[in-house]
Every structure is written in C-alpha cells, then in structure tokens.
Design a protein around this ligand. Structure first.
Ligand SMILES: [Cu+2]
Length: 284
C-alpha cells in the first residue's frame, strides 16, 4: 500500500512538472517566434546594441533557470514535508556549510553577470578613434544637429507629424509622432561620436536600435558613439520628461553609405556657402 502510494506520488510530480514545462514553453515560444509582438528589444543595428541584446538574453535565461530551480525546491519542500503527512522536521538551527554555500554561489553568479556587463559598459564609453563628431543639442521641443568638422553645417530637427493626425481629424500615419522634417544624417560603418547637451531643461537622446540612451543636460556635454551596420532610417524619442511637448520631439537618424554621406555633406556645405555668399551680397 505504501509503495503504491509512493509511485502515484512520483507520477503526480512528473505530471505536475510536465504541465509546468509545457506552460513555460507556451509562454516563451511566441516571444521567440514573433518579434513583431514588441516584447523583445528592438533588432540591434550597432555592435554595442548587439552586445546589450546578448547580455540581456543571457542574463534573462540565467535568471529564469535560477527562478525555476529555487521555486521547484521551495514548492517541493512545502508539499513533500507538510504536517499532514506527519513529516518530522529537522532540529538544527545553524549550518556554517550552508551559509558559506548560499553566500558563495550568488556571489559567483553576480560576478558572472558583472564581468561581461562591465566590458560592454567600458566599450560604450570609449569614444576614441571616432571619424566624425555630431553635436546634439536638445531644446523644448526639438533637436539640433551640428557637424563638428569645421564646416558649420547644422540644422534643427522638428516633429513633422501634422496636427490634424494628433487631433484625430485625420488617420494616423505609419510613423505617427516618430517623423521629423530634417533627419540626422550619418555614414554607415563609421565610428560617429555624439556630443549630447541641452539648451534648456533635461532631455535624453535615445535610438533603441543603436543601443544609445544618453541624458542631455544643460551646461554638460555627454558623450556617446555609434557605428551603424548599414544604411536605413532609425527612429527614437526624447526619454526624459521635459515639458508639455516631451512626446513631440522624436529622433530620426538617416544612415547613408560612406560615399552618399560624403556627397550629402558637401551639398550641405555648398548650400551653406552660397547662403553666406547671398547674405554678404545682400548686406553690401
Ligand atoms: Cu525632451
């Protein structure tokens, strides 16, 4: 009778563990299979964003495994050693061996997380050997981009979503509140340094696919860098509550091939020169 009871218990435990595993995989599968659900980080477009993604995934898996282990032991202990089964509790109150183990193991796990994370953090701050510097200045409620190559090329970047869409008088477009008049244009496969500051209140510059989120602080200049894999349009937003139009100062980066970028920059310089020339003529 006792043996029969034990075997059904084992079967029940197996069935319980089986259904827990099924439920967990059912929860995880859609996230893996359907990135468009928006549950994960956005697809990385820079080496740093890729490192962040790898760290995030690895640490999440480690946390998940720890969660399953700890809660399995806890629920099994509560269930198997319950009073109604007549379980006799152990009488010890201290265990030096256990205390050393439960200090040592978490420490090792944390060091295992900290070591690769620190490497990425240091890499994020390393703006040396950048080939181009763009100064990003935040305003209530727009951005200004200035190319620090002595050319004086610079422009404001302002929300271009029509107010009719914001006021629900017209259907909202595909890039609703994530579109601007002038894109920040940068070259692909080039280390670009960003100098981020603000002219009024706190703002923050963020493009998720670049893995960059930096505060824009009046009177301070924060540094960041990006090296984007390939041409494309990348979108982000101001991520520091900066006033009533905080939600209306998106960020759009247009990444061009090196050659296209060089052409674009020389066009901008030519336009600037001719504008300056016109001013001189006019003031004469
Ligand atoms: Cu802002």
């Amino acid at each position: 009778m006792k043996i029969l009871h034990a075997s059904t218990t084992v079967e029940r435990t197996r069935a319980l563990l089986g259904s827990v595993a099924a439920a967990v995989s059912a929860m995880l599968l859609p996230a893996v299979a359907n990135a468009e659900y928006g549950l994960n980080l956005q697809e990385p477009a820079t080496p740093i964003a890729r490192e962040i993604m790898t760290l995030h995934n690895g640490i999440m898996i480690a946390c998940f495994v720890i969660f399953i282990l700890v809660f399995s032991v806890m629920f099994y202990s509560m269930w198997a050693h319950r009073k109604s089964r007549g379980y006799e509790p152990a009488q010890f109150s201290h265990s030096t061996k256990l205390e050393i183990l439960w200090t040592l193991i978490p420490t090792l796990i944390l060091v295992g997380f900290a070591y690769p994370s620190t490497g990425t953090l240091i890499a994020m701050e390393d703006t040396t050997e950048s080939e181009l510097t763009v100064k990003v200045t935040a305003y209530q409620w727009k951005w200004h981009y200035e190319y620090m190559d002595g050319s004086g090329v610079g422009f404001y970047s302002t929300l271009s979503t029509p107010s009719s869409q914001i006021l629900d008088k017209e259907e909202q477009g595909e890039n609703y509140l994530l579109e601007v008049d002038n894109h920040m244009v940068i070259p692909a496969q080039t280390k670009v340094r960003l100098l981020i500051t603000s002219a009024d209140v706190l703002h923050a510059w963020w493009i998720p696919k670049f893995g960059v989120k930096k505060d824009a602080i009046p009177g301070f200049i924060n540094e960041a860098w990006i090296n984007v894999d390939g041409p494309g349009i990348y979108r982000g937003q101001c991520v520091e509550l900066c006033g009533k139009d905080h939600g209306y100062m998106p960020i759009v980066a247009e990444v061009k091939s090196k050659q296209d970028f060089a052409d674009w920059l020389s066009q901008q310089k030519a336009a600037l020169d001719s504008a300056n020339g016109d001013t001189k003529v006019a003031s004469n």
